[in-house]
Design a protein around this ligand. Sequence first.
Ligand code: NAD
Length: 421
Amino acid sequence: MATEHAAAAINPWHVAQRQFDLAADRLNLDPGLRRVLREPRRELTVHFPVKMDDGSVQVLTGYRVQHNLGRGPAKGGIRYHPDVTLDEVKALAMWMTWKCAVVAIPFGGGKGGVVVDPKKLSMKELEALTRRFTTEISVLIGPERDIPAPDVNTNAQVMAWMMDTYSMHVGYTVPGVVTGKPISLGGSEGRAEATARGVVYTIIEAARELELDLNGATVAVQGFGNAGSIAARLMAAEGSKVIAVSDSSGGIHREEGLDVERVMAWKREHGTVVGFPGAEPISNADLLELPCDVLIPAALENVITERNAERIGARIVAEAANGPTTPEADAILFRRGVFVIPDILCNAGGVTVSYFEWVQDLNRDHWSETIVNAKLREIMVKAFSEVRSMATREACDNRLAAYLLAVQRVADATAMRGLYP
Ligand code: NAD
């Protein structure tokens, strides 16, 4: 698949560092601060055994990286995927630092991953993997230190196992050690939809600025998991026509619009969107180039590159995924007038409601979904407006504007704290 090929060729850590360098140059950042912020604070690699159902023992590799702790404890998801690398996790951890700073929530950046294809595991094996991985990274995590959350191929059940494992170690229940938990274990109302809801709040703001009516607008979504499928559903609720969606097996296209609820039901039953009746098949690469109003990449990194950026057919690219666009592609999209809502702003709704969940856990409180969504909207709209003001003032693209805001906030915090010892 073209996307996988492109992703394999480009190192996300190099992309993350180049994006940081562009901002550091423009901010004329102090060289010492620059050296500090350019590298992760901590990188942990673990190799751990898991007993499989057939009695054999597999040794898996996992990572937890903390990029920066200047503004608060590390925060970031755990990914289970066969292509996970340390460099990918480092990039994702750095992006988390900037993301938390863009929306001004008091966290630093972290990320974790295990090199595994969870689709090949039974529930029992998945639980054993999760509990042992949690144990291995327990030297880093904790409600005041580093708080994991779901990411690609992890969900509320995985977070419940992580919370239980950590709690067993310390001898009492610690809901605040992970977010994205089931509601029954201290999860927040609205967390499952939060990433997608935040994406849609930023699309609404962008559409307002571009005078694009979302009612009847056409939308294509790459990746039909937590972020992508719910974003598709919420865009349909705005009256938009979702004309194409995809997952790792391929995509489906219907120019008159897909019934998103029915596609979700099809995916639940068949494990993929492919084969959905009444739609044409489309490759992941072709989906990205469809003429449409809004393109939502919601799968993996490096899918919009210098190879296809000239042919991206959307007016708005809303980055639900982390790192879908390379710096070379950014320059091309900016020149072509494509309105990119950068990942560290666009998908920050997930970590924002994770922050709400953590606050509720620490206070033994529970907020209504109405309150959660209203607070989320306020934060996303404010961050969007700050990024757009910066882009206008600096005459730059939205990604650089978001980086300028975020890097300055983290640099200020780091400088104020001073160097220890
Ligand atoms: P998920 O596991 O729920 O869904 C991932 C989707 O991407 C699946 O439909 C999968 O089939 C598809 N996919 C995987 N490889 C693909 C490929 N090569 N081509 C096309 N599709 C492919 O994961 P998610 O939580 O929805 O995460 C998706 C993206 O959103 C990631 O970049 C993640 O970092 C980002 N994100 C997620 C959250 C969150 O709260 N879950 C928050 C912020 C950002």
